[in-house]
Design a binder for this molecule. Structure first.
Ligand code: AMP
Ligand code: GLY
Length: 422
């Protein structure tokens, strides 16, 4: 069967790598993909948010299943676009409908969902221009720091954590005034939760779900969790504090009520759900939902899946996921992201990457690369994710760092302390 994977990052390379090992998959197309996916399948020069060209690629290449990597096409309704087309409606899209993707696309929607269904999350209130005058009083009812979020997708920049009350009030006004464009038509103000975060993933066909390995992602650019937020500088799996007891709480208090809540609200969800959780003294709370897999979490979660991932994808497509199983590797995987100098601020692109043939006992997932002539060059802030296995986290990290040092491009940077807190 031919499949199409939409996206161009490390997550999509990891999906391509894993699905290319399935006996049931004949050809993989990736739109638009990167230099890494080009080695395993056929890159198509399409924009995942241009649904017409995605539809054309599906017809032209006899694609039978579409797997959506990033959130933007889901939030803008690629699943619904397929369902509304006489031909495309028979092609399963792995990724939720527009209505279901609001769990990621609207923080107000997600908080309302969580609260209505009694799922642990930080206390909050939503404001828009009509009730903005009440925001200062709500801020004053909370302890600092203040957590202020633009409602919609803001390219990972829409969450502010501010200590000073006057600055917090100003930010609320700036967001409602258009600082993040239409993403800031509403602002969610939340109680600050103190704890350690982790990412938990399930795949669901709308009826049952299968839990994937959990991971911890390192979002800040600098060592010791300092500096600006990034898309993620590295990840580890498994997560030491996510033992049996904690994960039983996650299932009972968070995953099961989420699935039940979706059913009660009449929302059919087909695809991956990413639970961004925080462990507060042993109790899990939801920080956010995402309608997709994480990146760089995928670069450690997917290598830990021993069984055929396509079996689960097919289970979602056919609505019989309850008959499928996952086998996971009990060992560790870690990934270290090699990024362009300057990231997450401005950085150069098109820099030649060297050392790609020198690595061993690891998988180098391409996150922001492209082929230029006969060279592989950088094409994004996050460039390569070096994923290594190990019997312990330390052993896996040694592999990631040993291999990271064999790779190079001008102004390359990586965090030296992934896993430091575990
Ligand atoms: P989000 O985009 O909602 O995941 O927020 C980005 C980051 O902000 C999260 O990964 C957390 O580190 C932090 N954050 C968001 N909400 C809260 C909260 N209520 N309490 C503490 N930290 C938070
Ligand atoms: N690594 C966090 C995310 O994918 O949103």
């Amino acid at each position: 069967m031919n499949i199409l994977i939409l996206g161009s990052g490390g997550r999509e390379h990891a999906l391509t790598w894993k699905l290319s090992q399935s006996k049931k998959v004949s050809r993989i197309f990736i739109g638009p993909g990167n230099a890494g996916t080009a080695e395993l399948g056929t890159n198509l020069p399409i924009n995942p948010e241009d649904f017409e060209s995605v539809g054309r690629a599906v017809r032209d290449n006899d694609i039978k299943i579409v797997i959506v990597g990033p959130e933007a096409p889901l939030v803008s309704g690629i699943h619904d676009y397929f369902l509304a087309d006489g031909f495309l409606k028979s092609i399963p899209v792995i990724g939720p409908s527009k209505s279901a993707a609001r769990l990621e696309g609207s923080k107000d929607f997600a908080k309302d969902f969580l609260t209505r269904h009694g799922i642990p999350t930080a206390a909050y209130k939503t404001f828009d221009k009509s009730n903005a005058s009440l925001a200062p009083a709500f801020l004053r009812s909370l302890e600092p720091p203040y957590v202020i979020k633009a409602d919609g997708l803001a390219a990972g920049k829409g969450v502010l954590i501010i200590k000073d009350i006057a600055e917090a009030e100003r930010e609320v006004n700036d967001i409602l005034g258009g600082k993040f464009g239409t993403a800031g038509q509403k602002v969610v103000i939340e109680q600050f939760l103190s704890g350690i975060e982790l990412s938990v993933f399930v795949i669901t066909d709308g009826h049952s779900y299968i839990l994937l390995p959990e991971a911890k992602d390192y979002k800040r650019v600098g060592a010791g969790d300092t500096g600006l937020n990034t898309g993620g500088m590295g990840a580890v799996s498994p997560v030491s504090f996510a033992g049996k007891e904690f994960m039983a709480r996650v299932k009972e208090r968070i995953i099961d009520p989420t699935m039940k809540g979706l059913a009660e609200d009449g929302i059919v969800y087909k695809g991956f759900i990413f639970f961004g959780l925080i462990n507060v003294g042993g109790d899990p709370f939801v920080i956010e939902y995402n309608a997709r897999l994480g990146d760089p979490e995928s670069e450690v979660v997917i290598p830990r899946i021993r069984s055929d991932l396509f079996e689960l994808i097919e289970g979602v497509a056919e609505g019989n996921l309850s008959e499928r199983e996952i086998v996971t590797d009990p060992g560790f995987f870690t990934t270290v992201m090699l990024v362009s100098g300057g990231y997450p601020g401005s950085y150069e692109k098109g820099i030649e990457i060297s050392g790609l043939g020198k690595t061993s006992d690891c998988v180098v997932f391409h996150a922001g690369t492209k082929i230029s002539g006969n060279k592989v060059v950088t094409s994004g802030g996050r460039v390569l994710a070096v994923s290594s296995p190990g019997g312990t986290m330390k052993e896996a990290l040694e592999g990631s760092y040993r291999n990271a040092r064999l790779l190079s491009f001008d102004k390359m940077y990586f965090r030296p302390d992934i896993g430091f807190d575990l």
